[in-house]
Write a protein that binds this ligand. Structure first.
Ligand SMILES: [Ca+2]
Ligand SMILES: [Ca+2]
Ligand SMILES: [Ca+2]
Length: 407
């Protein structure tokens, strides 16, 4: 493709300025006008003779969007005098390869040209991808073997050296389907089979494998196969409702995120989280990883364990009692201001002001209101303490000592 001034006109040029048109063929402006670009296309570009093909120049353009004139050179003599119009149908009766020239002219008279080759008497090859089969799926790291062949009406089966392959991954953002884009991954030349390791990529995305066959006359055809990945949920769990975890830097949605099987992701458990006035401290992951670490998505959801501080309260129904009188000693287990029921606490006792050994007075279970009660008939001054050893994600705690005087 070239562009430049009308070749038949005379120009008067200094080094940097021409009167009326540019003095070179680059896309520089002159008198405020940019030259157009020419793009010709033949459909089909080849086939058995006689070959009727549609010549299309509508891919041409002018930067100022000026209306273009289209002139065609169909007999290869360099003169664009055989047809006009954006699209032209032409029949090549003889066998052979023929140059077809297109010249476009903008309203200011600036021109551009493009030349393509049309081949009559040759049929394009027919490539076929044999494997992977339609519908085959993959996971990250899979070794995917591919194979194919091509036949040609003129030459029969083409050798493997006539085949080239390309692999790209097509990625579309979930938020905007207009944002699809392709990443080239690999290319192979002159082989009918090879393999690749399936890549890791954001989901949704899929692979596109293209096979191009080129016959002895240079005619090419391309076919492609879309290869979709298997998916799993990248997910993690936490032992307290209401706590958040992060996946690849964002808050993990309930149930996790759909990803390509075998892809690698980062899960993160904040060291502390405060929910409802209660502070939760990260204790560990079930897979032994650090607070932030990578996982391979395989459908297993690791569990993050948090622990929370509890408070034990204790009280007695009477501070001073008669010897032999029953008294109820009460403890309560709280997480922040929330009662913790159904957990085991122990109550210990000893003679008051003795500094003697504590003796287990009872194993109790907290009720729905977090309370546990022990009824005693102390024979002498006694002190009590409730102790919670920690379970269900709670940290251990013990109550202050309460004392009772016996008269
Ligand atoms: Ca122009
Ligand atoms: Ca001509
Ligand atoms: Ca052929």
């Amino acid at each position: 493709m070239t562009s430049g001034p009308p070749t038949t006109a005379l120009a008067s040029c200094s080094r940097h300025w021409c009167s009326g048109w540019p003095h070179d063929s680059s896309n520089t402006a002159y008198n405020g006008n940019q030259p157009p670009t020419a793009l010709a296309k033949a459909t089909p570009p080849n086939g058995p003779a006689p070959l009727t093909t549609t010549l299309d120049g509508t891919g041409s353009a002018d930067p100022e969007k000026g209306a273009l004139r289209y002139d065609w050179d169909l007999n290869g003599d360099g003169a664009y005098d055989d047809a006009t119009g954006a699209t032209v149908e032409h029949t090549f009766t003889e066998e052979g390869s023929f140059p077809v020239g297109l010249q476009v002219t903008d309203p200011q008279g600036s021109i551009a040209t493009d030349t393509i080759i049309v081949t009559a008497g040759n049929s394009p090859p027919v490539p076929i991808i044999d494997t992977p089969k339609v519908g085959a799926t993959w996971a990250v790291g899979d070794s995917v073997q591919f194979s194919g062949h091509a036949s040609d009406a003129d030459e029969g089966t083409l050798p493997g050296t006539s085949l080239t392959w390309s692999l790209t991954i097509e990625h579309c953002a979930t938020t905007n389907i207009e944002s699809c884009h392709a990443h080239p991954i690999s290319e192979w030349e002159g082989t009918d089979t090879a393999s690749f390791d399936a890549p890791d990529h954001e989901y949704p995305s899929h692979l596109v494998l293209k096979l191009t066959a080129t016959d002895a006359d240079g005619a090419t055809s391309t076919v492609e196969r879309e290869l979709y990945p298997r998916t799993v949920k990248a997910n993690a769990r936490v032992n307290w409702a209401g706590l958040q975890l992060r996946l690849d830097g964002a808050v993990m949605p309930n149930g996790g995120e759909t990803v390509i099987a075998g892809s690698t992701h980062t899960i993160s458990a904040p060291e502390t989280q405060v929910v409802g006035g209660v502070t939760y401290q990260f204790a560990g992951w079930s897979d032994g990883g650090e607070a932030t670490h990578n996982i391979v998505a395989n459908g297993v959801a690791p569990l993050a364990t948090y622990r929370v501080t509890t408070n034990m309260k204790a009280s007695v129904s009477a501070g001073s009692i008669k010897k032999g009188q029953a008294v109820t000693v009460t403890g309560q287990l709280l997480r922040g201001n929330v009662a913790v029921g159904g957990l085991t606490v122990q109550v210990y006792s000893r003679p008051s002001w003795s500094n003697g050994a504590w003796v287990l007075a009872g194993n109790l279970k907290t009720a729905a209101d977090g309370k546990a009660k022990l009824t005693q008939k102390p024979a002498k001054n006694t002190e009590y303490q409730f102790r919670f050893t920690g379970s269900g994600g709670h940290l251990a705690s013990q109550s202050p000592i309460v004392r009772m005087s016996v008269r």
